[in-house]
Design a protein around this ligand. Structure first.
Ligand code: KG4
Ligand code: ZN
Length: 348
């Protein structure tokens, strides 16, 4: 390792993944360990906060050790400890944050608090050889968040649209549950949709009056439920209830409506804000149908689409270390009194 190299340890525990990573000079991922808790939550069809928190406590230190070992470095060689301090589940956040604080206090290495959502966007940026031309449109589509932002610099964002109810990933997960698919449902719905006809059901995502860049997926989700049940009355058994043979068509039609709405609004955001580059982040940006649809719809518009590599789309600590590295250089370390925050307004 050269003397000038800067190594940042990243720690992530906002939801149901315990992750640690070591990143060199803000972009080179030396290790990226993710311990998923999907097995733990699968039987409940969603994340159980108390269980998530307990599992984080059990695995966080071994995961940090593994990240350091895989990177071939010791804690002494680390130049800073970056941690996601929010938004997320409070108990889960506290595990990662207190681990990072303890390591920082014990070693004297700077602590760097990172906003998890900002890091989702930074994931695509950290691997670029040359930074994009700012401003760009940022699209955060995960299980907990759906937002469009104007990205004015690597870590400067202005919220321009968000969901008023469900997040896009959450809608995928809920529809997956209705289709009796395991959790997390997004990739399962995507796979099932490949076998279905996206025009079979005329589903539509919501429009928000006077907010052309806002999202609403809750009505779409209910429409899927009614189609499956063959009725809008939950207390009666309908003869029109769909059989499993129809499920691929339901998955395909839901995905078409949800992704079509997202692409419409991304293109609208580019137009309204005069941006030619779009950066994607969050679990749903891994969806191949979305990547294809976005590429088809932007054709002729000369937009540059920046997608993270698939392993950087879902929750991971490399994106935390990457943004942490940038923040340490530009803003300096965080205070050891940094608090965990379950909700953080997007504006910065
Ligand atoms: O970014 P992420 O790991 O977690 C949050 O910060 O929320 O995103 C997880 C979400 C889940 O809702 C999952 O179902 C969804 O991303 N997801 C997908 C796909 N892969 C993950 N949704 C649709 N298609 C996919 N291929
Ligand atoms: Zn996330």
């Amino acid at each position: 390792m050269k003397n000038m190299d800067q190594l940042i340890l990243g720690i992530e525990s906002t939801c149901d993944e315990t992750a640690a990573a070591v990143v060199r000079n803000g972009s080179e991922i030396l290790s990226n360990i993710v311990a998923s808790q999907a097995d733990l939550h699968e039987v409940y069809g969603g994340v159980v906060p108390e269980l998530a928190c307990r599992r984080h406590i059990e695995v966080v230190i071994p995961i940090v050790d593994e990240a350091l070992a895989k990177a071939g470095c010791t804690l002494e060689q680390i130049g800073g400890i970056a941690v996601a301090y929010g938004p997320g589940l409070i108990g889960a956040l506290l595990v990662g944050l207190n681990t990072a604080k303890a390591l920082s206090f014990a070693t004297g290495k700077p602590l760097i608090g990172v906003n998890h959502i900002h890091a989702h966007l930074y994931a695509a940026l950290m691997e670029l050889e040359t930074p994009p031309t700012f401003p760009c449109i940022g699209v955060i589509i995960s299980g907990g968040h759906t937002a469009l932002v104007k990205v004015e610099g690597p870590a400067t964002y202005k919220l321009i649209g968000q969901t008023i109810d469900d997040a896009l990933g959450e809608a995928f997960d809920k529809v997956a549950k209705m289709l009796q698919l395991p959790y997390p449902g997004g990739p399962q719905v995507e796979a099932l949709a490949l076998k279905g006809d996206p025009t079979r059901y005329a589903f539509r995502a919501g429009r928000v009056k006077e907010h052309p860049l806002a999202f609403s997926f809750s009505g779409l989700k209910t429409a899927v439920l009614y189609a499956l049940k063959g009725t809008s009355n939950a207390s009666v058994k309908s003869e029109l209830e769909l059989t499993p043979e129809e499920y691929p068509h339901v998955a395909a039609s839901f995905q078409e409506a949800a992704l079509g709405d997202l692409v419409d609004k991304v293109l609208k955001a580019c137009e309204l804000h005069g941006c030619k580059t779009v950066i994607f982040g969050g679990g749903v940006s891994n969806n191949k149908a979305l990547r294809k649809k976005m590429a088809e719809r932007e054709e002729g518009k000369g937009l540059e689409l920046i997608w993270p590599r698939p392993f950087l789309t879902t929750d991971n600590a490399a994106m935390i270390a990457g943004l942490g590295s940038y923040l340490l250089k530009t803003e300096g370390p965080s205070s050891l009194s940094l608090h965990a925050e379950t909700r953080i307004p997007f504006l910065k």
